[in-house]
Design a protein around this ligand. Structure first.
Ligand SMILES: Cc1cc2nc3c(=O)[nH]c(=O)nc-3n(C[C@H](O)[C@H](O)[C@H](O)COP(=O)(O)OP(=O)(O)OC[C@H]3O[C@@H](n4cnc5c(N)ncnc54)[C@H](O)[C@@H]3O)c2cc1C
Length: 389
């Protein structure tokens, strides 16, 4: 089947689905090509934290816009994606070195309305009885939200379909159609698909699609591992992480080689079904291999159990890994590519793609339909920064 539409989105991950929704909401004709099914890539193996403290300052405008949009997104999309809005995140501090690093982190973050504070172990335990009081304290991070990323991707997709977008599964892009320098569409085993603009939303695989357009947009894969426990009654009020990430980077001499290699920490969320998700490793330049390394899972779970003892009583049901689409400077690639008319990048969101998906989708729709963005300035994320343009 060949198709022709206004916009061709490559990849039905969180970013492709969000872009398809915001474009189709404005009446644009959209076709989405996905080599598997919705959330087949990183979005299907992701945590669902929307946490400003892990977001680079360069991306805070996108974050803040996303946060505002998220508040009403379930109603807008007419879907329940298990949003827990305006909760908080607790980052466990286990020693003096982490306390110092955390003090600095909290002091350095200077955006009005975004403040975190250090609280002692007693206060931490009072707020979140599931954490042990056998630790120094925690960073209390207010205004944090969390959600189910797969359900959010599906919610964008279904809403986009209601606005007429067409999603084609099992349609991996094998090449791009060209008219001179311009990209005019994409080729798949399911036919040729033409559009005025082709948008590359293929996440950690996007460098390969960029290369098909002759564009160099490097992606640095960052692998993370997950464990899911059996469901149990709700005992965890919020998301709990470890402040160890900062310390590992600043004081590697204090950690084992595996802890450094996998940037070991943990993040725990209890879903509405009662299952706990434990994740949080960050293996830089890991490659695309999604196999699970048992020693890493063991280390991560041990660390989490040390601070949330109740986890140790739960059966581990399954483990899996996902790969974050990192970029050399940590910022995504958003926008048209110099010298390649009809080709636009929308990828490279690293560890924040779920959180930034609303504002990213909206900004892409504005850029593609109006030639400029209205809510967020995305010019700093132009893929042309790599060319010095
Ligand atoms: C362990 C871990 C924890 C995370 N936790 C969080 C978190 O708490 N909060 C947060 O905001 N973010 C988190 N992230 C990051 C987030 O998951 C990613 O930033 C986000 O999923 C990237 O979305 P994407 O749409 O760009 O990529 P993807 O979701 O990977 O989508 C890309 C899609 O493109 C498809 N594709 C690839 N090649 C082709 C091709 N040739 N043709 C057609 N389709 C193709 C893939 O199948 C895939 O469906 C986490 C990631 C990991 C790994």
């Amino acid at each position: 089947m060949n198709t022709k539409s206004d916009f061709l989105i490559l990849g039905a991950g969180i970013i492709g689905c969000a872009s398809a929704y915001y474009l189709s909401r404005e009446g644009a004709g959209v076709t989405v090509l996905e080599r598997g099914d919705t959330a087949f890539g990183t979005a299907g193996a992701s945590g669902g934290l929307v946490n400003w403290i892990t977001c680079a300052e360069s991306q805070m405008e996108l974050f803040m816009r996303s946060q505002d949009m998220l508040e009403h997104l379930q109603e807008e999309l007419d879907a329940d994606f298990e949003l827990n809005y305006n909760s908080y995140n607790m980052q466990i501090i286990s020693n003096e070195i982490e306390w110092k690093a955390s003090e600095q982190l909290v002091k350095d973050f200077k955006l009005p309305g975004f403040e975190a504070h250090l609280i002692d172990s007693e206060e931490s335990h009072r707020l979140e009885p599931s954490v042990t009081d056998d630790m120094l304290g925690s960073i209390y991070v207010p205004r944090v939200h969390y959600l189910n990323p797969i359900k959010l991707a599906l919610a964008y997709r279904r809403a986009a379909e209601r606005h007429g977008a067409v999603f084609i599964n099992d349609a991996g892009v094998t090449g791009l159609m060209r008219d001179g320098a311009a990209v005019t569409g994409a080729r798949t085993a399911k036919g040729e698909h033409y559009a005025a603009v082709t948008v590359n939303c293929t996440g950690v695989w996007s460098d390969k699609v960029s290369a098909m357009a002759g564009v160099e947009a490097p992606i640095h894969p960052i692998r993370g591992e997950f464990v899911i426990t059996e469901p149990t009654e709700q005992f965890c009020n919020t998301t709990i992480s470890s402040a160890q990430y900062q310390t590992i980077v600043q004081h590697p001499e204090l950690f084992s080689p595996n802890a450094i290699k996998y940037n070991l920490g943990f993040s725990v969320e209890q879903t509405t079904t009662g299952a706990c998700i434990i994740h949080g490793t960050r293996e830089m330049d890991s490659g695309l291999d999604k196999s699970v390394i048992p020693e890493v899972i063991e280390l991560m779970v041990q660390t989490a159990v040390k601070f949330i003892p109740r986890l140790g009583k739960l059966k581990l049901m399954r483990a899996y890994a996902g790969v974050r689409p990192g970029t050399p400077d940590g910022d995504p690639y958003l926008g048209f590519c110099e010298g390649v008319p009809g080709f636009c990048e929308c990828c490279g969101h690293g560890g924040e793609g779920i959180a930034l998906s609303p504002a990213t989708g909206e900004a892409m729709a504005e850029l593609l339909l109006k030639g400029r963005t209205e809510h967020c300035d995305i010019s700093r994320f132009s893929p042309n920064r790599l060319l010095g343009v």
